[in-house]
Design a protein around this ligand. Structure first.
Ligand code: TRP
Ligand code: SF4
Length: 335
C-alpha cells in the first residue's frame, strides 16, 4: 500500500528561500511517491493571528499560488484548507482530554514560541491563549485525520510530532487500536541563513528573499547582504565562508562557485561585481517560479478549483477516520 504523507504550513506570509530549501523543495520530490495531503493550516494560523483574519484569508490564496509555482502538482497532491475539514476540529476536542496542561507547556516548540512572544510584546506576552497552547493537539488531529504515516518537517517541528505520537498511543491504549502512529521525515536541508547573516531566514526578521520578490527587490536585497567585514577594498583577499553572498551563490547551485571562491580568496573579485553576479543568478533561478506565479495570478479560478478539489479528497479521508474514532470512543449513536 502506498504510504500517506501529511504536512502543513501556516498561511501567514509568502514563502521565502528558507521555506523552499528547508522543506518545500523536498515536498516536490516526494509528491509522486506517496498519497500526499498538503494542508494550508488557516486555523493554526489564527491561533496567533485571531485578531487579523484578513491577513490569514489573503495568505491562503498566496500560499496556494506559491506552492503551485514551485511545482507542487495538483494531480498528485491534495492541497486543502484546514478550516474546511470540520473533522479536524472534532478530533481536536476528543484528543484534548488525552493531554495534560503541563505536558503542553513543556513542549519545546510551544515553550520557545511563548518565550519569543514575551520578548516581542513584553508583559502582553503573558496573555497566551488556550487555543495557542493547545495547537499541538490540533496539529495531532491534522496528522491523524489522514492516517499520515510520514510527516515531512523541519527540525523545529519534531516536538509536535512526538506529542502527536503520545496522543495516538494514549488513544489506542484506552479506546483500542484505531489511529496510526506517525513518523517524522526530517528534511536533510539545514536551516537557511538570512541576508543579514542570522542563522535563520524569517519574515519577521526582515532578512528574507521571497519566492515572489520582483527582480528589483531581489537586486536591492542582495546589494544589502552581509559580506566579509574585513574586506575593505576591492582587491583585498577575503573569506567567502563568512560571506552571505557566497552562501547564496552556493545555495542556488551557481556552477561558477569554484571561481567565486578562488577569486574572493585571492582578492581578484570585488564585492559589488560578486553581488551583481549573484543578482543575475538569483533572478535566473526564480524565473520559472515567477512565470508560473504570473499564470496563476491571472487564473485565480483555477487556484480555487484546485483547492476545492484537494479539500474534497481530504474531507473524504477525514470522514473515514472520524467514523472509526466515533466507534472507538462509543459516540457512534445512530450510525
Ligand atoms: N506547525 C507547522 C509550522 O508552523 C505547520 C503545520 C500545521 C503542520 N499542521 C501541520 C506541519 C501538520 C506538519 C503536520 O510550520
Ligand atoms: Fe563575499 Fe564575493 Fe565579496 Fe568574497 S568577493 S566577500 S564572496 S561578496
Amino acid at each position: 500500500m502506498q504510504k500517506t504523507i501529511l504536512t502543513g504550513l501556516r498561511p501567514t506570509g509568502n514563502l521565502h528561500l528558507g521555506h523552499y530549501f528547508g522543506a518545500a523543495q523536498n515536498w516536490v520530490k516526494l509528491q509522486d511517491e506517496y498519497d500526499f495531503y498538503l494542508e494550508i493550516a488557516d486555523i493554526q494560523a489564527l491561533t496567533d493571528n485571531f485578531d487579523n483574519p484578513d491577513k490569514v484569508r489573503k495568505n491562503v490564496h498566496e500560499i496556494a499560488i506559491d506552492l503551485l509555482s514551485i511545482g507542487i502538482n495538483p494531480s498528485s497532491v491534495h492541497m486543502f484548507i484546514q478550516s474546511m475539514i470540520p473533522e479536524i476540529a472534532e478530533l481536536t476536542v476528543i484528543y484534548s482530554n488525552l493531554v495534560t496542561m503541563s505536558r503542553l507547556y513543556r513542549n519545546p516548540t510551544v515553550k520557545s514560541e511563548i518565550a519569543q512572544k514575551k520578548a516581542l510584546f513584553g508583559h502582553h506576552g503573558e496573555s497566551v491563549t488556550y487555543g495557542f497552547v493547545g495547537y499541538p493537539v490540533s496539529q495531532a488531529a491534522d496528522i491523524t485525520a489522514f492516517n499520515g504515516n510520514l510527516v515531512p518537517v523541519g527540525e523545529d517541528q519534531l516536538p509536535l510530532i512526538e506529542q502527536c505520537r503520545e496522543i495516538v498511543r494514549k488513544f489506542n491504549s484506552i479506546y483500542g487500536e484505531t489511529l496510526v502512529e506517525p513518523e517524522p521525515l526530517l528534511s536533510k536541508a539545514a536551516r537557511v541563513k538570512g541576508l543579514d547573516g542570522n542563522e535563520k531566514m524569517g519574515k519577521s526578521l526582515g532578512n528574507a528573499i521571497f519566492l515572489a520578490d520582483s527582480d528589483e527587490e531581489i537586486a536591492q536585497k542582495i546589494m544589502g547582504a552581509i559580506t566579509d567585514p574585513n574586506k575593505i577594498r576591492k582587491d583585498d583577499p577575503a573569506n567567502p565562508e563568512v560571506c552571505m553572498v557566497y552562501y547564496y551563490h552556493k545555495l542556488i547551485g551557481n556552477k561558477n562557485l569554484e571561481t567565486v571562491c578562488e577569486e574572493c580568496k585571492h582578492g581578484k573579485r570585488g564585492c559589488v561585481a560578486c553581488k551583481k553576479e549573484l543578482i543575475l543568478k538569483m533572478q535566473e533561478f526564480l524565473k520559472p517560479i515567477h512565470e508560473k506565479r504570473a499564470y496563476y495570478e491571472t487564473h485565480p479560478e483555477e487556484v480555487d478549483a484546485i483547492l476545492l478539489e484537494g479539500t474534497e479528497a481530504a474531507r473524504t479521508k477525514a470522514k473515514e477516520t472520524m467514523a472509526k474514532v466515533r466507534q472507538s470512543v462509543k459516540i457512534d449513536y445512530f450510525d
